[in-house]
Design a protein around this ligand. Structure first.
Ligand code: SF4
Length: 317
């Protein structure tokens, strides 16, 4: 904890952090299938069950095959499965994927988070009421993929530039705007400003989930520190947003790390305080190892510098 400058390095463990209910539910479903021999083998996950490579690797040890092919949709990946059990991920799947799994006679379980299902329902309801839907999200993420499959009358927006390109004729339509569950208000507000100038009558439903909101609030409300480390996967949208919020709201240098092994010791040089949080799909054991390392770290004592992970793959689940 001594940082070499005469002071103890303060390590702030932000709460809440880590697993959300949607991730816990998805992990429980995969574990249940592993334990239950009556589920046909092989066991497939259509994508990564949650966005964390350490979890995907741990399930692989139990023979779970995660199909995550870059550039391929869930529907395309499903075509390669001819037998076994398929698990749909927490990020959600389209109705077309579910129908196709039925047509193929596959056993399937749906681990879609209830907060994602809520967005699907809101979009479907508004389309039925005659609205045109504008959906704010991230390209190449499975959550928007499933939402956009609901209808061709959904306009996808990721950036302010996308919003500027929305067609002028929509001004005569009823407009409903909603979003991916794991964004930050910063992403949304920038886009909404433009939507407002184009379609001032728009209706907005903020669907950032509660878990994402409270983890971001903890980042926003923290005391100023010298550094923030977010433990999470590079592919995890909500983890990326925590680092973004730390930088944007508090001007704290913020890094996303997969685990203790990703810490760059140069970040710790001369600092006196560091906060730690983790994404909703990050195993607690991984975050705890980061915190332990930081608490023990002494800039002047090379014996405290080893940051290879000691966690075995079987300890992750
Ligand atoms: S981050 Fe939110 S939407 Fe995603 S799984 Fe967790 S609770 Fe559900």
């Amino acid at each position: 904890m001594y940082n070499g400058s005469g002071d103890l390095m303060q390590v702030v463990d932000l709460t809440p952090r880590g697993y959300c209910h949607g991730v816990l539910n998805a992990l429980a479903i995969v574990k249940k299938v592993i334990k239950t021999e009556s589920y046909p083998r092989p066991i497939y996950v259509l994508g990564q069950i949650v966005h964390n490579q350490k979890i995907t690797k741990a399930f692989k040890e139990y023979g779970v095959i995660s199909l995550d092919q870059k550039g391929k949709s869930r529907l395309e990946m499903l075509e390669n499965i001819t037998s076994g059990t398929v698990i749909f991920t927490a990020h959600g799947v389209s109705d077309q994927v579910i129908e196709r799994a039925k047509e193929k006679g596959l056993t399937f379980l749906n681990a879609t988070c209830r907060d994602v299902i809520k967005v699907h329902r809101a979009v479907k309801d508004k389309l039925q009421e005659g609205y045109k839907v504008i959906y704010i999200g991230h390209r190449n993420h499975p959550e928007p993929e499933a939402v956009l499959a609901i209808s061709r009358d959904i306009y996808f927006v990721e950036t302010e530039k996308d919003a500027l390109l929305l067609p002028p004729h929509l001004v005569d339509e009823k407009i409903f705007v909603t979003n991916q569950t794991t964004l930050s208000r910063y992403d949304i507000d920038d886009v909404l400003k433009i939507i407002e100038t184009k379609y001032p009558h728009y209706l907005f439903d903020n669907e950032i989930c509660h878990a994402t909101t409270v983890r971001q609030d903890a980042v926003k409300e923290q005391e100023k520190v010298d550094l923030m480390l977010v433990v999470g996967d590079q592919k995890s949208s909500n983890s990326n947003k925590l680092a973004y919020v730390g930088q944007k709201a508090k001007d704290i240098p913020s890094y996303l790390i997969g685990g203790v092994e990703d810490i760059d010791l140069s970040w710790l040089k001369g600092i006196s305080s560091v906060s730690v949080t983790s994404g909703a799909s990050t195993p607690t054991i991984v975050t705890e190892e980061v915190i332990r390392f930081l608490k023990n770290y002494n800039e002047n004592d090379p014996n405290t510098w080893d940051h290879e992970t000691k966690i075995n793959v079987e300890d992750i689940l």
